[in-house]
Ligand binder design. Structure first.
Ligand SMILES: C[S@@+](CC[C@H](N)C(=O)[O-])C[C@H]1O[C@@H](n2cnc3c(N)ncnc32)[C@H](O)[C@@H]1O
Ligand SMILES: [Zn+2]
Length: 668
């Protein structure tokens, strides 16, 4: 099928259509309305007379049934679309037509979504299929949990927002009718002048409720919890709309998917792709009708729609740092926030000062840097949430390929927000050896019914590392609470296994979920067995043997999803060094004349005798289940892609690899 893709691409060398491609980019007006002529070749017939203003009823239904004659005149049935796995596609969309793309476009298929692509006019990165698949799997679990919680609780969600004259949502917001009922909108905009005189001092801001106090929900009068609404999703940076269309097509009970982008070319592409997908079947049309294209800066959109989305997906180029403040305001109580960061160089410690300015944390250049990246982002999201008396609960947070992706729930609770300093730690990293220690920034001391919040105690380390004698650097604060909820991870893994055909990136996400499910969730960061062995100039012990020795010494140990050589353990560093000292006794190393950290470590006798007897727990779940933990990438150039609008090196979509300079730029 890939050869078909290439053949097809070669046989129609994507000439830039004279009518559209040299024009100025499509312009969206303030309401996201796209000029019809800017929509490219499809616009002439599919989009005739249709304004793509968010809020207008989507236009495609009539094209699908009998009314689609004008569509048929250009869209011809062909033997096969350009897909990566034809069999999977047949299973996913068995009763759908296969339509020919308009001239100059190719069709990219992922899951149930089809995307029309013309060179690099709108961002598309095939490697992000893992990101999108994972997001779908987490969303499915979120919907399940959300429905269960709703059935089991009497409490209305804490979605208090500014109202009346103080309301931050513009009255003419085109997406608002997709997010609230007419009654809710009327209530939100009602001012004191509209209210009957009560004598209350309603100029006063409503006071924040204490935890446990009955909640009032979306309006001010105490009431029963409202019925569960279908999920309202924001894809804040939607590019081609691929992800938004997958959400709409592949998830059940979706109220709407607002597909927002700042780039007018992207908005035109979203509209075109919605239209193209709708033309494939009535069912497809029904579902993609839920996608609401929206043009604008996502930061503004989020701030203007307080607590109105059940799920918010942010997938920027580079850092999400400037998006977090808005993100934590727009997610409804208990909602899901999905955030990508690709600025790995920054998060992994290459530019500590930049990391500080963006995320408020100082990174270490250490072997655990990818896990550190995840923990920096989580700490930064929670810090943003705290400003609004909100807090996060991570459900899964991963480092994949060239980016990290965090899935967290956002809750409103002034009491929980106060615990924020207890959830982050400074991390002392020895500069000589791999030893590190975490020191919580704050602590909560509970006596009887009262809880006092205090600064954390420290330092937790002496001036010099007790193992090697070198000094420490202090980094952080990093999130040191769990980064996954294992109930979620196990349920997601099971669900993915049961619906393999739904996930084009199955092999990678299944391996990832397996490795995540093995992690010790209450142990922040990890050691790297090769790095520790290198410090002693000894060949590393086999992983299972080393893990066995740690378990036999009375501690817990696990791998980590972000580093095949990781040892996650609650054992103190001293125990790990002792085990390695024992290993060196059995595998002597050449004496080194100068004083190195390794020489200092080996100059001390171990206080424990390593027991190398292999134990069951030393083998990973993946080993036991026969899953390849770190499968190789399916193809070359499995990495970040350049921004849209830049010429594609070598011309073809298949060759969108970046130069070293472009990669560096993308990671800033
Ligand atoms: C990496 S792409 C998104 C890819 C997409 N989520 C997917 O899965 O294919 C980033 C997108 O963010 C858009 N963007 C950048 N800054 C933005 C902003 N402030 N508001 C909205 N969109 C923005 C860009 O135009 C680009 O289309
Ligand atoms: Zn040390």
């Amino acid at each position: 099928m890939r050869s078909l893709l290439r053949r097809r691409h070669n046989s129609s060398p994507a000439p830039r259509p004279s009518t559209t491609s040299h024009r100025r980019p499509a312009r969206a007006n303030a309401h996201g309305t796209i000029a019809r002529r800017a929509l490219g070749p499809l616009g002439a017939f599919i989009h005739r007379g249709v304004k793509f203003a968010p809020g207008l009823p989507p236009p495609h239904a009539s094209h699908v049934g009998g009314g689609g004659a004008s569509v048929h005149h250009r869209v011809r049935h062909i033997a096969s679309a350009l897909v990566t796995d034809a069999r999977a596609l047949m299973t996913l969309t068995p009763n759908e037509k296969t339509l020919d793309p308009p001239e100059g476009f190719t069709v990219l298929q992922e899951g149930k979504a089809r995307i029309l692509q013309r060179e690099n006019d709108v961002f598309y990165n095939k490697a992000q299929v893992v990101n999108r698949d994972l997001s779908l799997s987490v969303m499915r679990q979120f919907q399940k949990v959300r429905a269960k919680e709703h059935a089991e609780t009497k409490r209305a969600p804490k979605n208090r927002r500014l109202k009346g004259d103080m309301c931050v949502t513009p009255r003419d917001s085109k997406i608002l009718p997709h997010l609230m009922t007419p009654q809710e909108i009327e209530d939100m905009f009602r001012t004191k002048h509209d209210e009957p005189e009560t004598g209350d001092d309603d100029k006063k801001e409503p006071r924040d409720k204490k935890d446990g106090e009955p909640e009032t929900g979306d309006d001010e009068t105490p009431r029963e919890k409202p019925p569960l609404k279908p999920v309202r999703i924001l894809e804040g940076m939607a590019a081609s709309g691929l992800r938004a269309i997958r959400y709409a097509r592949e998830l059940d009970d979706v109220g709407c998917v607002v597909a927002n982008d700042l780039d007018p070319t992207a908005i035109a592409s979203i509209a075109r792709n919605v239209e193209f997908n709708a033309a494939h079947s009535a069912e497809a049309a029904d579902r993609v009708n839920k996608v609401v294209p929206s043009a604008g800066d996502v930061r503004m959109l989020m701030m203007q729609h307080e607590k109105m989305f059940d799920a918010v997906d942010l997938d920027p180029y580079g850092t999400p740092s400037t998006l977090l403040d808005g993100a934590v305001q727009t997610v409804a109580d208990g909602g899901l926030l999905l955030v990508t960061a690709t600025d790995m160089a920054v998060l992994c410690g290459n530019n500590g000062e930049v990391c500080w300015t963006k995320y408020g944390a100082y990174p270490h250049r250490a072997k655990y840097c990818h896990e550190q990246a995840v923990r920096i982002l989580l700490g930064s999201i929670d810090a943003a949430a705290g400003k609004y008396k909100r807090h996060i609960v991570p459900v899964m947070s991963v480092s994949v390929d060239f980016y990290i992706r965090c899935f967290v729930r956002v809750y409103t609770s002034a009491q929980q927000a106060k615990l924020a300093p207890t959830k982050v730690s400074y991390v002392y990293q020895c500069v000589g050896c791999d030893t590190f220690e975490c020191q919580p920034v704050g602590k909560a001391v509970t006596k009887g019914n009262s809880t006092k919040f205090q600064a954390g105690s420290g330092p937790v380390v002496p001036r010099e590392c007790p193992n090697c004698g070198w000094h420490y650097n202090m980094g952080g604060p990093f999130w040191t609470e769990p980064i996954h909820d294992m109930e979620w991870v196990d349920a997601i893994k099971k669900q993915v296994e049961e619906n393999k055909a739904m996930y084009p990136g199955y092999d990678k996400i299944h391996a990832l979920l397996t490795t995540v499910s093995e992690e010790l969730v209450d142990v922040p960061l990890h050691y790297d067995i090769h790095s520790m062995s290198h410090c002693l100039r000894v060949t590393p012990p086999p992983m299972a043997l080393f893990r066995s020795a740690v378990i036999n010494a009375g501690y817990r140990v696990s791998p980590a999803h972000c580093n095949p050589l990781a040892v996650k353990t609650d054992a103190p560093a001293k125990v790990l060094w002792d085990i390695l000292r024992c290993w060196v006794k059995e595998h002597p190393v050449k004496p080194i004349p100068e004083k190195t950290p390794g020489v200092v470590i080996l100059s001390k006798e171990p206080e424990l005798v390593a027991n190398w007897t292999r134990v069951h727990g030393a083998f990973t779940k993946a080993q036991r289940e026969g899953v390849t933990r770190f499968p190789s990438n399916p193809e070359e150039n499995w990495g970040p892609k350049m921004r849209a609008g830049r010429p594609v090196p070598g011309g073809g979509l298949e060759k969108q690899g970046m130069t070293k300079k472009q990669r560096t730029e993308a990671s800033k």
